[in-house]
Design a protein around this ligand. Structure first.
Ligand code: ATP
Length: 353
């Protein structure tokens, strides 16, 4: 019996359209190979939606996202959008908030043959809190978490809650309990942010006490940056508040081979959104040079979450094969294949294995 999966595709800005096209080619191949009954719906966000509908994320897109089994979200150029009052909302932030996507799961794993010297030692997953912290666009019920007190004086508020800390800790420990190394490293700056990171750590320790089989250690964020470069193999699951997790995951991703490999899944109690870790890379947009591995890997994570394990495994296996040699890599990793040719190679591999 075929598995029915309804996905909403939001291609976004910059390299979004080309990595979405590549990802959907791979997804269709996996659907054929594993008899998935795939139903894809497309909607505009970003500059395309702004031009036609006056908003970078129209309300109907949020409703469509809520009625799908999952969403594939392309990167967006929100830094270049006009102010919110002119329709320039950050689609990624809005979706995270509206769909209550409190966990951002960001793996960084070296694949065989990846052209970076320290890459071979890295295989970790960053579990990043997604709705609080220093994110001024989503941590207030109304208004912004950033305030211009007077010209020359600005304040940014960092929100940490017991509930938010406990549920992201639960996500990290549950994940670690099912990995071979069963270790969680919690990242903080409680020596400076004594109250907020103190609260975060207290909740994490309570959750840790319910997982005696998981080794737990705690590390200051600055030390974590150094340790990631010096000895990435010491990390398994890395638990972090929003902004620390965002910054460390770009670092981990580069150590593993480059931003073009950075897959991620946003998760909440009811919804899941596949999204590459990187931005819209306007410097290479429209040149068929972007590496779509990030979004392809994100879709594999989404399929696994939706119960399509065999299709997810096959995509991962094909990515491993393509990335193992320069002949079948994209230019960011020293290869010669364009974005779509890379996707075609992966699709063929899936259909033939
Ligand atoms: P944005 O304004 O949307 O954040 P950005 O270019 O400032 O875009 P990223 O998109 O994260 O930030 O890109 C950082 C660098 O990594 C750029 O040089 C970009 O070309 C490169 N890069 C990002 N994603 C990819 C990719 N999928 N394939 C190849 N290079 C990439």
């Amino acid at each position: 019996m075929s598995v029915k999966i309804r996905l909403l595709c939001l291609q976004g800005d910059g390299i979004g359209p080309e990595i979405m096209q590549a990802t959907l080619a791979v997804l269709q191949a996996a659907a054929r190979r594993f008899d998935l009954d795939l139903q894809l719906t497309h909607a505009d966000i970003g500059f395309a939606a702004l031009a036609q509908q006056g908003s970078t994320i129209p309300a109907k897109v949020i409703a469509q996202a809520k009625s799908a089994d999952g969403v594939i979200l392309g990167p967006v150029s929100h830094n270049a959008y006009p102010p919110v009052s002119e329709g320039g909302l950050n689609p990624s932030g809005v979706l995270r908030r509206e769909l209550e996507l409190y966990a951002n799961i960001r793996p960084a794993r070296a694949r065989k043959g990846t052209p970076r010297p320290i890459a071979a030692q890295i295989d970790l997953i960053i579990v990043r809190e997604n709705l609080e912290g220093f994110y001024a666009d989503r941590n207030m019920a109304s208004g912004s978490g950033e305030i211009l007190v007077e010209p020359g004086v600005a304040i940014a508020l960092r929100k940490i809650t017991s509930r938010g800390s406990a549920r992201i800790a639960e996500a990290a420990f549950a994940l670690a309990a099912n990995r071979p190394r069963t270790r969680v490293t919690t990242i903080h700056k409680a020596n400076v942010l004594r109250i907020s990171d103190g609260l975060f750590l207290a909740e994490v320790r309570t959750v840790a006490s319910r997982y005696p089989q998981v080794v737990h250690d705690e590390m200051l964020v600055d030390a974590a940056a150094a340790h990631l470069v010096r000895d990435p193999a010491r990390f398994d699951v890395v638990l972090a508040t929003n902004m620390f997790g965002d910054i460390l995951s770009d670092l981990a991703c580069e150590i593993a081979g480059g931003l073009g490999l950075g897959a991620s899944l946003n998760l909440g109690p009811d919804y899941a959104v596949a999204q590459a870790q990187h931005g819209s890379a306007p410097d290479i947009a429209g040149q068929d040079r972007a590496n779509p591995s990030s979004l392809i890997g994100s879709v594999a994570m989404l399929l696994r979450h939706l119960g399509a394990q065999a299709a997810a495994d096959a995509i991962e296996c094909a990515l491993d094969a393509a990335l193992s040699t320069a002949v079948t890599r994209t230019p960011d990793l020293g290869g010669a294949l364009g974005t779509q040719a890379f996707a075609n190679w992966i699709s063929t591999f899936i259909l033939e294995h």
